[in-house]
Design a protein around this ligand. Sequence first.
Ligand code: FAD
Length: 445
Amino acid sequence: MDASNFKVIVVGAGPAGLTAAHSLSLAGIDYVVLEGRDEMFVDSGASLVLGPQSLRVMQQFGLLSRLKEIGGEMQHTKSYDLDGNVFENHHNFRLMRANHGIGPLAFHRSQLIETIYGGLPVRAKSQILTGKKVVDIEADADGVKVHCSDGTVHEGSIVLGADGVYSRTRRIMRKLALAEDPSREWDAEVPFTTAYKCMWCSFPRPAGSEPGEGYNTHHTDKSSMYISGSERSWIFLYQKLPQETRERTSYSIKDAEEFAATFADFRITDTLKVEDALARRMTAGMANLEEGILQHWSWGRIVLVGDACHKYTPNAGLGFNNGVQDVVALCNRLQAARAACGGKPLDAAALSGLFAEYQRERYERAEEDRYKSAHITRIHAWSDRLHWIIARFILPFQFVQRLLTNYLARKTISTALLLNYVSAEEPFVGLVPWLHKMPGFVSKE
Ligand SMILES: Cc1cc2nc3c(=O)[nH]c(=O)nc-3n(C[C@H](O)[C@H](O)[C@H](O)COP(=O)(O)OP(=O)(O)OC[C@H]3O[C@@H](n4cnc5c(N)ncnc54)[C@H](O)[C@@H]3O)c2cc1C
């Protein structure tokens, strides 16, 4: 490849890979996205909830009005015990809306992914290739060569690995780093641990359930979650594994059904139980819930974003929201470095420095959200006496909820990053000012 051309090879067209496609396209940076699956859209997932911070980035992509049409804004939270008693009942999303101008929106995962893809300009879409499972990467001082299982080879300047929790890019990056210096310390080959598994299913939003309900049923070592969107609702059934593991486990639909049957009596709303949702299910799946954060997010010309470098349990809905922030932090640096060097090639040393700064900017926030996610899962599943006390006797207090919304959530949301190089109108005005203003627009705050 001509070294004066700068081209990013994105591995994976999941939500983080598509966010990268928008961000690179808007930066005028050449790229190709290699997706291993044969189809772009597979409707097997559950919901994805996006916070105000991610919705502002979606506004920069020109997607916000469509997302508001298809998303259900979160409104109301309740927690039940197994006998159906409500021990927590609050409307803190209203406070979030007052603070930031909107609450989180809940989407059906595949509909969100289709919308993010659909919003790409035609030329940008043509850069997303399916049936391109990445199997190997060569990297040298001048660039990268990415090999796919269909025999094709794609040349570029850097690899951006957005290939999820079992990232092949991460494994290859580790192999290359250790081949260069076998004595260096690196993350383990399987860097994440698993203590819980989760079954999910989607079904038509039941009559009597308004969009934006987020209800939990707590029990010892297991819990359920119910979320209602604009058209569909989703349930999530969590159970602690007999012991923590690093082994990857795949579950069939039959496994998921058998597991869900053990939750049949769990309450999901005042009038419905898990068995009512299962009877009307549209999509379902089950997976182990890996947790962890890498120490090394890049090596040489390879850099990771999203679940490839940090993985959370999903109760708090923070995984993809962090993936968006990764892509924004990385693309801001790439765009600025490209502009500063006036189109000259970025050498390997400059790229390594840029990737290290990217990790430094993101690490602390990613770790905070991993910690929050881990504890919320354990609070819902009463994993020990302390988490049970927090669930039953501390979190139900309104003032505690207000404190969490006004301190923890407020800090995460109001200080979140935006693409520095894309101007858009500020869509949300609330009581809390945004640290990063929409570029190119006079703030209405
Ligand atoms: C039940 C559940 C509910 C969740 N709810 C929320 C929520 O409400 N909010 C939130 O923010 N997060 C949520 N998450 C987390 C969220 O789903 C993930 O953080 C997000 O999907 C990560 O996106 P990603 O693009 O990094 O990885 P992925 O979504 O895993 O996408 C990776 C892509 O890479 C492709 N790929 C993999 N290997 C290769 C290869 N070798 N070559 C080419 N392509 C490859 C895959 O096919 C896939 O398309 C939830 C997770 C679960 C399990």
